[in-house]
Design a protein around this ligand. Sequence first.
Ligand SMILES: Cc1cc2nc3c(=O)[nH]c(=O)nc-3n(C[C@H](O)[C@H](O)[C@H](O)COP(=O)(O)O)c2cc1C
Length: 159
Amino acid sequence: MKSLVVFYTRTGNTKFLAEKIAEELEADIEEIIDKKKRQGKIAWLSAGRDAMKGNKTEIGEITKNPSEYELIAIGTPNWASKPTPAIRTYLGKYDLSGKKVVAFCSSDGYDSGQKVIAELKTMIPNSDSLESLVVEKPLKNKADAENNISEWCNKIKLQ
Ligand SMILES: Cc1cc2nc3c(=O)[nH]c(=O)nc-3n(C[C@H](O)[C@H](O)[C@H](O)COP(=O)(O)O)c2cc1C
């Protein structure tokens, strides 16, 4: 199945997951760039506020056309129990109807991350039984994260 991993990362955790998923699924990979400044204390606060309000943002150029793929894995960090503005923007731009879509999320474990997944479902067509994975602090627990990803990808491959 021709597969694409699409992700946003601010500090590398979601990228770590995305790269492992791409390896497991032999997928192409697209990193979404948020053009708004997201580093530093003030930017951290506005990031949380943007996520909570469901704001979109300006994103960098998209290099892979999702319509050419059958399976698309969408990855976002958990920001205030919401998907990031960059991923919200991407999902607003592309119609993924007819695709098999799965979602992954990295978090610090303040909450289960299920609200992020629930919100992603509202942006992805036919996602009632969306296959999803939340991983806590992937860069701090790399081996565990890799094992979780391998198991998850095996499940996806069997479907
Ligand atoms: C603005 C902001 C809000 C966050 N809110 C949450 C949260 O509600 N729950 C949580 O578990 N982690 C939260 N985090 C932590 C990130 O989800 C976590 O560090 C994630 O792994 C970062 O992914 P990244 O390295 O790919 O950017 C938040 C981080 C930021 C920057």
